[in-house]
Design a protein around this ligand. Structure first.
Ligand code: COA
Length: 412
């Protein structure tokens, strides 16, 4: 039986800051961001976009044309949680009008819980082939202003329908994992911004990659050459270049210029979206996969290796084979339009969005209205977040199941 990805959709905020603008204000050579980090733009969410609205927007697109009545599990992976108790998955379940006989939970382990959630979903579907799992990864990467992490911010969500009827990628359940208790990146409950020992995190990322690969390779007996392309967790795109060369040099030998060029060709297409969006933590490895599948049209039957790294740390290497006809199911045109139609913001606007805070005393608040996807955070009342659907369903979207058409417009 095949299990894997039936659909895959990405959502990113409508606004971005060009890193040239940030470089100018911070008095840094733009080459450091563009070439040194491999990042051009970072997505900046407006006050009415949070991980729930982004997740709902991505999930809505992932469920298009899919019988949502078979979805009985919603897994939402994030490290930007909005509540200590209630899972963001329950809000998304409601906004999408998913069946009531469903379980919905949130998963956390820095940037790696999305990949771990995917492996859990595959195992579940293998036992219950008539069921589908909606896996949503959604995050806002936020560091202190003026810190070295600032240019590696970003935001986005990726949603996957995992089922026994995969149309895009058939995934293997064999994976190699590695866990080590390290303090390279963390966010105490009382902080809005992550704390990070950036240089150390790069070292641990690379160490974890080698250990996870070793575990995967010994289980599958596959070599690096058995993989046509690789997708990495992307805190910034140069990270994948460093990591992949580290892996290739450790296990395939050869540090010649030709070997390096060949190795980098195996990750190039996967970097494109992240270069324009920035870090999206749990979502980033799936944004990378989406970028690869959207940009390359001759991947049928090819094996793709995926590496997820979550600081703290948990790392996982796994792989899948791209299915015949996958181009009919990827959302390349929609993703291209989403990125193309974004709006560049000034540094002042970035500061305004960054500094916006929802009330913490339960007082009533309506968030200022900006451009979002179909769902937005409308405000807060009595310590409760209120979400709403912003527009009448566009004609091309009226293909959902009865359950989805019946989705309620707001939560209160
Ligand atoms: N033109 C081109 N490249 C330049 C440059 C210029 N003018 N100036 C600097 N660079 C290069 C540096 O040589 C370096 O490249 P290298 O790593 O290949 O040597 C790169 O730009 C980054 O410069 P560096 O001085 O190391 O940056 P930094 O000290 O400001 O921090 C991070 C970089 C990634 C550590 C920081 O952004 C961070 O902490 N990010 C958040 C955590 C993170 O993403 N961790 C990754 C693992 S999860």
């Amino acid at each position: 039986m095949k299990v894997g990805i039936e659909s895959l959709a990405v959502h990113v905020p409508h606004y971005y800051l060009d890193l040239k603008t940030l470089a100018e204000v911070r008095g840094v050579d733009p080459g450091k961001f563009y070439q040194g980090l491999g990042q051009e733009k970072m997505a900046v969410p407006p006050p009415d976009e949070d991980i729930v609205s982004m997740a709902a927007n991505a999930a809505y697109r992932a469920l298009e044309g899919i019988d949502a009545s078979s979805v009985d599990t919603v897994l939402l992976a994030t490290e930007s949680g909005i509540d200590q108790s209630k899972s963001a998955a329950v809000y998304v379940h409601h906004l999408l009008g998913l069946p009531a006989n469903c379980k919905a939970v949130e998963l956390k382990q820095a940037c790696s819980s999305g990949a771990v959630g995917l492996l859990m979903a595959l195992a579940y579907v293998a036992v219950h082939p008539s069921r589908k799992v909606l896996l949503v990864t959604s995050d806002i990467a936020r560091y202190r202003m003026k810190s070295s992490g600032e240019p590696t911010q970003g935001a986005g969500a990726a949603a996957l329908v995992v089922s026994a009827e995969p149309r895009i990628v058939e995934l293997g359940q064999e994976s190699g994992s590695y866990t080590e208790d390290v303090m390279d990146f963390w966010r105490p409950n009382y902080m809005d911004e992550a704390l990070v020992d950036g240089k150390y995190s790069i070292k641990v990322y690379q160490r974890a990659l080698l250990r996870a690969w070793e575990a995967y390779a010994s289980l599958t007996h596959r070599s690096l050459d058995d993989h046509h392309r690789f997708c990495y967790h992307l805190p910034f795109t140069r990270m994948a270049e460093k990591a992949h060369l580290h892996l290739v040099h450790a296990f395939a030998g050869g540090k010649t210029r030709g070997a390096t060029t060949d190795a980098l060709a195996k990750i190039r297409s996967s970097l494109h979206y992240n270069r324009l969006v920035g870090n999206s933590y749990t979502a980033s490895v799936f944004v990378a996969l989406s970028s690869l599948l959207d940009l390359e049209s001759d991947l049928e039957g090819r094996r793709v290796g995926l590496f997820s790294y979550g600081s703290g740390c948990v790392a996982t290497f796994f792989s899948g084979v791209v299915l015949p006809g996958y181009r009919n199911f990827v959302q390349a045109e929609r993703h291209a339009a989403l990125l193309r139609e974004r709006e560049e913001i000034t540094f002042q606007r970035y500061e305004e969005f960054y500094n916006y805070r929802l009330p913490r005393d339960g007082s009533e608040c309506a968030t200022p209205r900006h451009q979002t996807g179909l769902f937005r955070l409308a405000g807060i009342t009595g310590h409760k977040r209120i979400y709403e659907r912003v527009a009448a369903e566009p004609a091309e979207d009226r293909q959902g199941t009865p359950e989805r058409k019946g989705a309620v417009a707001s939560i209160s």
